[in-house]
Design a protein around this ligand. Structure first.
Ligand SMILES: C[S@@+](CC[C@H](N)C(=O)[O-])C[C@H]1O[C@@H](n2cnc3c(N)ncnc32)[C@H](O)[C@@H]1O
Length: 194
């Protein structure tokens, strides 16, 4: 359990206190459901209200959701329990809590970037396990997302951060073509641990 002493925890708790519904799952999952394993264990990191974790649990994966916000984790646990889903939500500070090695068949992260975690995310996958990762890029064509460059991907950076994994799907459209269509401001990667 995370202590109530992380500088970001109160900010996120205030935001989630106002939210009544889970967020929608990320496009990396919605557009690639056919790649999901039919059974096993999943982990969503920095899950917030857990739209991704709920999708994974509804798919039949035994799912954990970890996030700093105890408010979000309480709400997510209630959403999951109402549907009797195999989902456990835990209040965890990812800066303090090491990831277990070779523990998950799937890890999902969206709208969150802490580059120091990437190596341990890779090794937290079981051999053959899949990473689904989607977050914001520096190349913005519309307003929205963080402005702090620490939280924005450089071109192609997801591929570099997870270069020890085998990429299966990578999508980054940057400022190419018709800007009112496609996946803008974000990139996504699906990759497998060999
Ligand atoms: C932009 S939200 C994204 C939430 C969710 N993944 C989504 O796509 O809607 C970022 C999340 O990161 C969580 N977070 C920030 N720092 C964290 C930390 N050190 N440990 C765990 N979660 C953290 C916040 O509580 C927040 O829920």
């Amino acid at each position: 359990m995370a202590e109530d002493n992380h500088p970001q925890q109160q900010k996120w708790n205030r935001r989630y206190a106002e939210a009544g519904q889970p967020n929608q799952a990320a496009q990396v999952l919605l557009e690639n459901r056919h790649l999901l394993p039919s059974q096993g264990t999943a982990l969503e990191l920095a899950a917030g209200l857990g739209g991704n974790a709920l999708l994974l649990a509804r798919h039949g994966l035994r799912t954990q959701a970890w996030d700093l916000s105890d408010v979000a984790m309480s709400k997510l646990q209630r959403f999951a329990d109402a549907e009797q889903l195999p989902l456990q939500a835990h209040c965890v500070d990812l800066e303090q809590q090491p990831l277990p090695e070779a523990a998950f068949d799937l890890i999902c992260v969206s709208a969150f970037l802490d580059r120091t975690l990437c190596a341990s995310i890779s090794t937290a996958l079981k051999p053959g396990g899949l990473l689904f990762y989607q977050t914001f890029t520096q190349a913005k064509v519309r307003p929205g997302g963080p402005s702090n460059p620490d939280f924005l991907l450089k071109p192609g950076e997801l591929l570099q951060l997870f270069s020890q994994l085998q990429p299966l799907v990578y999508r980054e459209e940057s400022d190419c073509g018709e800007l009112d269509q496609g996946l803008r401001n974000q990139a996504y990667l699906i990759a497998r641990r060999s």
